[in-house]
Ligand binder design. Structure first.
Ligand SMILES: Nc1ncnc2c1ncn2[C@@H]1O[C@H](COP(=O)(O)OP(=O)(O)OP(=O)(O)O)[C@@H](O)[C@H]1O
Length: 260
């Protein structure tokens, strides 16, 4: 297969089995720079398995994922060394977990949570690191006077915003998000979604967002895939899929009978 020049991430025939059980099967799609792809489906449809394979937290049984590096070269992410993958995760990629505690260090300050990522990419100037951290706290609407507080002292919404700042401070090109607004109050969700949408647009970020919430898909993504039993059953522009779903299962999902 030839990959179009612009493609950032190319996924081909990804399959992950847990023993006899199917995690995800024969998943293929492409993601372009600055594009947000939503992955929707009911519980157990394989969304997390797919995201974890893409972020290399787990390895698939078969299939390939090709990523276009900053220098333009294309790399099979599963053929990279552990060190290369770790560097990619720290610099070019981000991962926003549903539970902020999984993506933050809860007992170091908010400023250090953000600054740490800069140090990981070689920034050593304390003054710069601190001012970038404060700048990023501001961008996610956390007041500068909270910079020395630990995330334990933050509300759920603030923790999630801090996790986002920690991920974005290194100017990544691709972010994976797993139910980024899950577990938050509805009013907090709305504000966070607004903030995320603004940041993704301003930074020209590409993202893969796993969600079971179609409103999140509608607000954040340009394209979406619908999964069921580990497979993609529908793939298209978000507005088209939501306004004119073709697969009977997507029709049920959209008519909210299956909303979870
Ligand atoms: N570690 C595991 N061991 C065995 N089976 C697993 C494991 N993780 C997931 N599965 C199975 O793989 C299938 C897909 O699960 P997955 O967690 O990817 O779905 P999901 O769409 O992310 O669901 P949820 O929204 O509930 O997280 C399910 O049948 C699940 O039971």
């Amino acid at each position: 297969m030839t990959i179009h020049d612009d493609v950032l991430l190319s996924v081909e025939g990804l399959t992950k089995l847990y023993g006899n059980r199917k995690g995800c099967e024969d998943i293929s799609f492409e993601l372009y720079p600055g594009e947000v792809l939503a992955v929707v489906g009911e519980s157990g449809s394989g969304k997390s398995t797919l995201l974890n394979c893409l972020s290399t937290a787990i390895l698939p049984n078969s299939g390939s994922v090709t990523y276009r590096m900053r220098d333009g070269s294309r790399r099979n992410i599963y053929a990279m060394s552990e060190a290369e993958r770790r560097l990619l995760m720290r610099t070019d990629w981000g991962f926003v977990h549903q539970n902020p505690a999984d993506g933050l260090r809860m007992s170091v300050s908010a400023g250090a949570n953000v600054g740490e990522r800069l140090m990981a990419v070689g920034d050593r100037h304390y003054g710069n690191i601190r001012s970038s951290a404060i700048d990023w706290l501001g961008r996610v609407e956390i007041a500068a006077d909270r910079v020395d507080d630990q995330p334990r002292a933050f509300s759920g919404g603030m923790r999630q915003r801090l996790q986002i700042a920690r991920n974005l401070v290194t100017a990544p090109r691709l972010i994976f998000m797993d139910e980024p607004t899950g577990g938050l109050d509805v009013s907090v969700q709305a504000r966070l979604l607004d903030l995320l949408r603004g940041l993704v647009t301003d930074l020209g970020l590409a993202a893969v967002v796993v969600t079971h919430d179609l409103a999140v898909a509608r607000l954040l993504s340009q394209r979406m895939i619908v999964m069921k039993n580990g497979r993609i059953i529908e793939h298209g522009l978000t507005d088209r899929v939501l306004d004119d779903p073709r697969a009977p299962y997507t029709q049920l999902l959209v008519s909210s009978i299956l909303q979870v």
